[in-house]
Ligand binder design. Sequence first.
Ligand code: SAM
Length: 276
Amino acid sequence: MLYLVGTPIGNMQDLSSRAIEVLQSVEMVACEDTRRTGLLLSHFGITAKLVSYHEHNKAAAGTKLIARLREGAEIALVSDAGMPSISDPGEDLVKRCIEEDIPVTAVPGPVAGITALVLSGLDTRHYYFEGFLPVESKERKERIAAVSSMTTTTILYEAPHRLMRTLTDLSEAGNGDRRAAAARELTKKFEQVVRGTIDELIQHFEEVPPKGEFVLVLEGTRSQATKTVLTEEERQSRILELNREGLSTKEIAKKLAEEWGESKKALYDEVLKMVK
Ligand code: SAM
């Protein structure tokens, strides 16, 4: 039997009593980093045999684990934090166990994305998990385009040194006015959730440089079906109408962003060209 065991994402007390029981009873614990998991286990007085299973050795290490599992061994898989298989290795091993008819079960624990989602204040009924955006530019552009048209709440993982780039890329893709929450240090002493539009978050993190691992939760965009599609003439006539009513460029852009479900920044530029 393979046990997928959830471990804390920052707070040691989040290791469940069933997780402790399972980790103590199995023949071995497969983990990403034996030193790190060793520290967690020794905190709970667990003396398990640790074997390495990570992104770069998962094929060969997986074969060895499968061989022992086929002989009837009980093995636990943990990751550095949270649930294995969620932006962490595990998925391959689960698939291989299923192919080989080896039973798999889970001892669920915290997941950073879900913890951030429930703290975000955004719609939790429908959500989409993106995880880490690719770093490589072509794939990254594709995923940002996909995220930009996602109509459900969207969860992203990000490292502190890439947070600003991700927020900026999202804003430049037309998401500047999209509401969001950036959650850091979840379950830890300095847990913090910064809420606002993407552009407001950029402003915040320009003043307070990002520290710690982040989960970014984005409000879904308005669905394409509900977006108002207007001709160029209709757009211009609405802009001029609001201008005649005495609204400033900024006010017109804000109003139209709400009406048309488009980026306030892009609209500001469009309005400026017409009314200056
Ligand atoms: N398997 C984990 C889970 O179940 O959430 C995620 C592992 S993934 C390699 C690590 C990422 O999760 C971090 O870069 C960060 O985006 C997020 N994360 C993990 N712990 C976190 C915490 N305490 N606060 C905020 N984000 C966290």
